[in-house]
Design a protein around this ligand. Sequence first.
Ligand code: GLN
Length: 535
Amino acid sequence: MKYVFVTGGVVSSLGKGLTAASLGTLLERRGLRVVLQKFDPYLNVDPGTMSPYQHGEVYVLEDGSETDLDLGHYERFTNSPLTKQNTLTAGRIYEEVLRKERRGDYLGATVQVIPHVTDEIKTRIKAASQHADGDVVITEIGGTTGDIEGLPFLEALRQFALEVGADNALFIHVTLLPYIKAAGELKSKPTQQSVAKLREIGIQPHILVCRSEHPVEDDVRRKLSLFCNVPLEAVIEEQDVAYTIYEVPLTLQRQHMDDLVCKHLKLDLPPADMHAWQVMVNHIIAPRHNVNIAVVGKYIEHQDAYKSIYEALTHAGADNDTGVSLHKIDAEDIEAEGAGKFLAGMDGVLIPGGFGSRGVEGKIQAARFARENNIPYFGLCLGMQIAAIEFARNVCGLPDAHSTEFNPDTPHPVITLLDEQQQVTAKGGTMRLGSYRCKLTADSHALAAYGEDIISERHRHRYEFNGAYRALMVEKGLKIAGLFVEKNLVEIIENPRNPWFVACQFHPEFQSKPDQPHPLFREFIKAALASHGRK
Ligand code: GLN
């Protein structure tokens, strides 16, 4: 078993996750079974309770784990199986250590960061590799070198590397070279200092991945090599990609990063065949058509809050040879100025998931505008609940219809809590989470898209379509296109009067990959393209 550790220096948000995932892409195509894993040094037990403003979207795995969005990159870039074994926070580690202490497992010992916390971390690295039966584990450490909360993780990695031996562990440090405009120079000092911090702990990185907005000239490279004690060829440049993040594996391959990794880990493998990947990237970069898609949400100004949705739209676009021009619209702006101003001329409207009542009325207006103007509509989770509320209010004649999440006293709770959720008060890990099977209805857009009638999709919500209103809505023309049969829960609704109006209670965006676009996203973009052609 081989281990690669990815740390970050200077600042956060450098794209460590993308770098780790891209290396995974290359190693898989050299024939290895890759396992990716993320450690986050914060004290939340998992990111499920965090606002999207803090860390972007919460990514959900098949087994219902609520994770950091980097796991989304891992799933999109590789075939690494991902379960709760592949995601770990300091909070989870401490929870486990304290549980063991209370149980008396430590037999009278003083419980300390070293060895108890570090041992727990090391156990998790081993567990991920054993669980997934991989050849190489790539572990990404969140945060920035020098953070106090990251220290136990780095110490654990140092010990781990010593235990498995030099040929079996490799450290990659992803760092920033800031550009000073006045001097016209890329600066290497912050990187030198961040590597010095790592070496203080006893970790010598083998590869430096340098994020920069400008090309890294030879003199800067030499300086980095000398001061950071890294061979010249192991100073890898990762400039901001011009078009798409899917170029990153190609950029790294051009600089032989995967060769370096294989050489260090004593893996003798043929080169990665990236031909199909390159073709996919070309489709993203130079599509024949274009559509305008409005995403009407609440966290719209936050780049990462709807990450998987934006990626899934890109995948679907590439598959349709279509560029997707995103129009990110704040639902509150629609409340203030009306839907027409923002949505007229759009080829498709997408309403993503969300929590809390801010912006909800704007989203309802957006769904109405799409329905009344025959614009393809795609509702995801809250976007499905919104479509149901809008239909109840404006088609079924129930003007007060609402979700009990937003109005607990509504006379028409078309979206409501199941009995099993009524008593739940704790927020962490208590929603309907993870994969559920859904049976699709004949003659639905959903069935046409998937091409099979039993599908499995990931959930993350507390509220549900209220079955008491099903008959009325169907009578008024709504189609129930998908059901969770065991509990008779409505999972997909469609409006057959519209060219393509599909809204699902689950989150399809989590299962889209660049080379396997999600069927619903693919058909949504196809419908948007047709709508564009009709204009
Ligand atoms: N707030 C809604 C619920 O809890 C929708 C959640 C979501 O969109 N992920 O059911």
